[in-house]
Structures are given as structure tokens and as C-alpha cells.
Design a protein around this ligand. Structure first.
Ligand code: UDX
Length: 462
């Protein structure tokens, strides 16, 4: 099928590359000429395992092209995926200007039936706004051409994305579910048939598509992310209490996760959730509720708990080393908001680094892929003088020399089985403050390491 993807950000690029991999003819549009040039020269603007190979293979096969040509992009695909950013407004609601601009472009150039597929995470009711924007452009053109364009049909479909960063290609190719919202108009039913055809390769063994109305599909995306964020904040809150009462949150996690009604996933206490989705989507759903004079009390708490949790590592450092860290150095492993990505959006490491620096410390950091991106975003968080107190180290071990403690923020695989003897030898004293509970406390005690996890005080006596 001929497909256009509008926006070559995270979701757009992965969707475009993976749909090309299935044999479709994909045209990716972006307004950013530099990004398009990079992609046309074989580069990839984000770090995502496996993506570079898929892009290269499909470009070589002639099934994947990148361009800034709007008219050509509208002409190319009968399916037009909108995968542009929906950054939070000042008040937390999703900013739809890029989504609506994409819709207007389609209206301005289309000459036959089009299906507009909303892939960006957009508030309930956005499909109607997309349709209205597009119709406005069509009738402006219709007025010029004396009504000839009024006959042009289109449908707006909601097909939210559930990709996880760091596993996006895999998630796209083996989805748990595909949610598609269509309406019952003739144009909508026609769109449904096209979407069925597009996703047929995923439905060979069993049906993975959940068909529903457009508004429910839009809502499903927010409900999923809000539920997952709620589980994390809930576990973080319990972990902090476990620290106080002397229980081990890891034992508790196993104990409750074995109940099939609860399940094991997304119960990991840690340094708080970050990334481009959970913080933004929780806020946007709260904002939607407020527009209907409702307050989502649970989500307000989820957000507040997460803000506090991002400070947990700083708090543990202060508890151990005091409020004034002047003259002290700390090693930090992991900067990205989670492993396998260089994404620093809302990353807990940013909160920790700011606190350590503001309390007078110097810091040596290592992250396997996010160091370049970290330098960019930390320059926004910190003054030049403050940034100069952070040393970026090429290996994890190089960050340790002379540090009071090692603080772990991101659970990269490369941090899971380190050479503990070397850690002990290079740190000033053997202290690990672990924001991701990577190690077993008794093992640490056996190695002579003072270990502070999240919610694990019973085993360390700290
Ligand atoms: C999330 C959703 O999982 C995905 O379906 C949606 O499309 C986009 O948002 P992503 O933000 O890429 O994906 O990352 P995810 O792996 O879900 O992790 C989000 C955050 O929660 C990370 O900061 C992670 O460290 C944290 N987390 C996750 C926990 O703290 N504990 C857990 O048990 C799981």
C-alpha cells in the first residue's frame, strides 16, 4: 500500500520504517530539512536498537523515502499517518498546532479519497478537530473551484501508538494489540477496510486489532499510560514506606505480582518515571478532565508522588553525606530516562545532578549512549559554571575515581554485573546508592559494600 507518514520523530520514523519493512511503499515527510538530509544520507536522528538497519534496508529497496515536499507527500499515500509532536502547553494540555497544520496541508493538496490516521497521542475529540480543519481547507478550495472539490471524501481514524522507547522496532513488529477507532460513515467504513488490509500481517495467528469508535481509541492510549504510571507511583510510595518500616519492596513485588489480578510488570520501584509519554500524558488527561469540570484525584497524586520520587536519590545522598556536599565528588551511572535510549526528557538524572551540583558537589557521569544528549539538556538545566562541574567519562569505571559513592540512576545492562572489586578500589569508600535495585543487598554486604537501594532497608539496616 502507498503510505505517507507526517513527522519523522520517534513514532513517525519507527512506524514508517516498519511499515516499509512489511512491503509498503512509504513516504516520510518532515518540515526539518536537516533531519531529512540526515535520513537521506543514511543517518538516524535517534538511538533506537535495530532501527538503523530497517531504515537502510528499506531505503535501498526503494520502499522508504524522506522528503520535505508537502504536495508530493499528500499525493503519495491514500493513508496519511499524522505522527507529529504534541508537546505539553503551559497548562499541561497537549498542543495540537502541528497535528492541525498537518490536517490543513492534506486538505490543501488532496485530490481523492484519503484516510487520515492519528498516530500522535492526542486528546479525546482531536479526530473531530482534524476533520474540521481539513474540511475548512477543502471548502476554501471548493469556493475557488466552484464546488468541484466538495465531493472529496476522507475519514479520520485513531490508531494510537504503544511503542516503548528502546524496544520500538520489536514492539511494532510484535504488537500486543493494535487499537483502531473508526466511525460508521461510508468514508469511515472504507477506511476500516484499508486499515484491516494494512494490519493483516499482524493478524495471521490471532486477531490483534481492537476495533472501536474514534473517541474510545483516543481515550485508550491515555488510559493505558495513566494506569502504568499509577502502578509505578504506587510502588514508589510503598517502597518509601518499606524503607521506614523495614520491609523489602522486592520481596513485596514478587509477593503481589504472583496474583494474576495484579501481574508482575510495571511494579518496579525506582527513581521515578520519566520520558516523553508518562509525564505528558498524565498531565494531559488531568487537563482534559478539568475541561469537563472533573478532577482526576488519583492522577494528581501519581504526578506528585513521581515528582517527589525523582528526588529520592538526592535525599539518600543527603541522608548519608549531609546537606553540604562541598568538596565531595560523586559518580553517577546512567543518564537516560531508561535503558536503550538516549532520551533525556524528564529523566530523573536531571533532578539528581542539579541537586548534587547545587549542594556543592562535583560529579563524574557515564551513560552508554546518552552523554551527548545529556550535555545538551543539562546546559538548559544548569549554568555554564555548574555544568563545568560535571565530567563525562567514557567508561563506567572511569567515573568512580575518588568519588564518595556511586549513584545508579538508569538500569543499563552494562551496569548489572560490574567488577565490584574494581568499584571498591576506585571509590573513596565502598558506597552504592542504587536507584534501580540492580543488586541483591546480602551480596553487597558480603562484598563489604555499603548498599542503599529503594525500599530495601530491611536487608541493609540503613
Ligand atoms: C511508555 C509506554 O510503555 C508505551 O506503551 C507508550 O507508547 C509510551 O510510554 P516509554 O516511555 O518508552 O513507553 O517507557 P517505559 O518502558 O514504559 O518506561 C517509562 C518510565 O517508567 C521509565 O522512566 C521507567 O524507568 C519507568 N518504570 C517503568 C518504572 O519506574 N518502573 C517500572 O516498573 C516500569
Amino acid at each position: 500500500m502507498k503510505i505517507t507518514i507526517i513527522g519523522t520523530g520517534y513514532v513517525g520514523l519507527v512506524t514508517g520504517a516498519c511499515l516499509a519493512e512489511l512491503g509498503n511503499d512509504v513516504f516520510c515527510l518532515d518540515v526539518d530539512q536537516r533531519k531529512i538530509d540526515l535520513l537521506n544520507n543514511g543517518g538516524i536522528p535517534i538511538h533506537e536498537p535495530g532501527l538503523e538497519e530497517v531504515v537502510a534496508r528499506n531505503r535501498a529497496a526503494g520502499r522508504l523515502q524522506f522528503s520535505t515536499d508537502v504536495a508530493a507527500s499528500v499525493a503519495h499515500g491514500q493513508l496519511q499517518f499524522i505522527a507529529v509532536g504534541t508537546p505539553p502547553d503551559e497548562d499541561g494540555s497537549a498542543d495540537l498546532q502541528y497535528v492541525l497544520a498537518a490536517a490543513r496541508n492534506i486538505g490543501r493538496h488532496m485530490n481523492g479519497y484519503k484516510v487520515i490516521v492519528d498516530k500522535s497521542t492526542v486528546p479525546v475529540g482531536t479526530a473531530d478537530r482534524v476533520a474540521a480543519a481539513l474540511r475548512e481547507e477543502l471548502s476554501a478550495r471548493g469556493a475557488e473551484s466552484k464546488g468541484a472539490l466538495d465531493e472529496l471524501e476522507f475519514a479520520v481514524v485513531s490508531n494510537p501508538e504503544f511503542l516503548k522507547e528502546g524496544a520500538a522496532v520489536e514492539d511494532f513488529m510484535r504488537p500486543d494489540r493494535i487499537v483502531i477507532g473508526t466511525d460508521d460513515t461510508p468514508a469511515g467504513l472504507r477506511a476500516r477496510d484499508l486499515m484491516k488490509l494494512l494490519y493483516a500481517p499482524f493478524n495471521r495467528n490471532h486477531e490483534r486489532v481492537y476495533w472501536m469508535d474514534v473517541r474510545s481509541a483516543e481515550f485508550t492510549k491515555y488510559a493505558a499510560n495513566a494506569m502504568l504510571a499509577t502502578r509505578i507511583s504506587f510502588m514508589n510510595e510503598l517502597a518509601n514506606l518499606a524503607d521506614q518500616v523495614g520491609a523489602d519492596i522486592e520481596a513485596v513485588r514478587h509477593g503481589i505480582g504472583s496474583d494474576p489480578r495484579i501481574g508482575h510488570s510495571f511494579l518496579y520501584a525506582g527513581a521515578g518515571y520519566g520520558g516523553s509519554c508518562f509525564p505528558k500524558d498524565v498531565q494531559a488527561l488531568e487537563r482534559t478532565a478539568r475541561q469537563y469540570d472533573q478532577e482526576l484525584l488519583i492522577l494528581r497524586a501519581v504526578e506528585a508522588v513521581n515528582d517527589r520520587q525523582k528526588q529520592v536519590l538526592g535525599r539518600k545522598v543527603v541522608q548519608r553525606f549531609g546537606a553540604n556536599l562541598t568538596g565531595m565528588k560523586f559518580a553517577v551511572w546512567g543518564l537516560a530516562f531508561k535503558p536503550n535510549t538516549d532520551d533525556m526528557r524528564e529523566a530523573p538524572s536531571r533532578v539528581l545532578l542539579k541537586e548534587l551540583i547545587e549542594r556543592g558537589a562535583t560529579v563524574a557521569v557515564h551513560d552508554p549512549v546518552a552523554m551527548e544528549e545529556a550535555q545538551r539538556v543539562l546546559a538548559l538545566d544548569l549554568s555554564a559554571d555548574q555544568l563545568a562541574r560535571i565530567a563525562f567519562k567514557a567508561t563506567p569505571m572511569d567515573a568512580l575515581d575518588g568519588a564518595e559513592a556511586l549513584v545508579i540512576v538508569t538500569e543499563w545492562k552494562a551496569f548489572r554485573s560490574p567488577d565490584f572489586e574494581q568499584i571498591k578500589a576506585r571509590l573513596k569508600q565502598p558506597v552504592i546508592i542504587d536507584g534501580r535495585n540492580l543488586f541483591e543487598p546480602p551480596l553487597m554486604t558480603g562484598l563489604g559494600i555499603e548498599y542503599h537501594g529503594i525500599g530495601r532497608s530491611v536487608l541493609t539496616g540503613k
